[in-house]
Design a protein around this ligand. Structure first.
Ligand SMILES: Cc1cc2nc3c(=O)[nH]c(=O)nc-3n(C[C@H](O)[C@H](O)[C@H](O)COP(=O)(O)O)c2cc1C
Length: 193
């Protein structure tokens, strides 16, 4: 299985890290693109001097390939590259707007445009608060185009006790959307409480 993952400059680098941990555990082939502001978030929130696949995946046998954000001639920019879904995690309002407008002048927006035209799964883990009217319009445009807006919006009903558990709720919901089995959280069952 191959998944395209993009990290952009929205707060919540931990969501990307937990998601990439889980993909590595499942031995999924990850094709990673990080925007310049995504790199800054990795630095500011995770202390990463540069994009570090081992630290992101939590293991050396991560099966991750890192792509240049500016290389719109990369294989990810072509519909001939087959994959089982693209996830932007976290997704900034800037990237949300670019994708909604069909802009393709960087590898994240271009890969997302390709996912939409090829009718492949595109999941956008947007993080902003509050939403602007433009974000709300973009949600509608993107949903109509076939994308899934999966806001970074952790639930609390499983009573998380750590930052990792909070992030795992969001990462686990994205894995559910991709149909990837996981144990990042226990399924809600009121009889077990
Ligand atoms: C520390 C920091 C936190 C940010 N958090 C958010 C955020 O949560 N959501 C958002 O839409 N933009 C956020 N931004 C602004 C984006 O990084 C900025 O709009 C940038 O142009 C996004 O570029 P990209 O989409 O190419 O990554 C943040 C910027 C910084 C420096």
């Amino acid at each position: 299985m191959d998944i395209v993952v993009a990290i952009t400059g929205a707060s919540g680098a931990i969501y990307a890290q937990r998601f990439l941990h889980a993909l590595a555990e499942k031995q999924v082939g990850v094709h990673l693109v990080v925007s310049p502001l995504g790199r800054r978030l990795l630095h500011d929130e995770l202390g990463m001097e540069q994009v570090d696949p081992v630290a992101l995946a939590g293991r050396t046998d991560h099966g991750m390939t890192l792509y240049n954000y500016n290389d719109v001639g990369s294989r990810l920019a072509s519909g001939t590259f087959l994959h089982q879904g693209m996830v932007v995690i976290p997704c900034s309002s800037n990237t949300l707007g670019e994708i909604a407008c069909g802009i393709g002048d960087n590898l994240i927006a271009r890969s997302a445009a390709v996912a939409l035209k090829e009718r492949r799964r595109l999941i956008l883990v947007h993080r902003e608060m509050p939403l602007s009217p433009i974000d709300v319009n973009n949600y509608k445009t993107l949903t109509d185009a076939g994308a899934i807006i999966a806001p970074a919006n952790p639930g609390w009903y499983l009573n998380p006790t750590s930052l990792t558990e909070i992030a795992d709720f969001v990462a686990g919901k994205v894995l559910d959307l991709l149909g990837i089995d996981h144990t990042l959280y226990a399924r809600w069952d009121p009889q077990c409480r």
